[in-house]
Design a protein. Structure first.
Length: 54
């Protein structure tokens, strides 16, 4: 019975790790909007240089 319990706990821990990794990868990846305004560059959306194209 010990082996089954240990394997079950290992499986649960592995699932938790993979779920955390998926969430982190999804949240950290923010794509920059380019070509949205017909340019090939990035347009600043906030701050004192708002509207400026880099």
């Amino acid at each position: 019975m010990e082996r089954i319990t240990r394997k079950l706990f290992e499986y649960i821990a592995e699932i938790k790790r993979t779920n955390i990794n998926r969430r982190l990868q999804k949240d950290l990846k923010q794509e920059v909007e380019i070509n949205g305004t017909g340019t090939h560059k990035y347009r600043i959306k906030e701050g004192p240089n708002k509207g400026k194209v880099l």
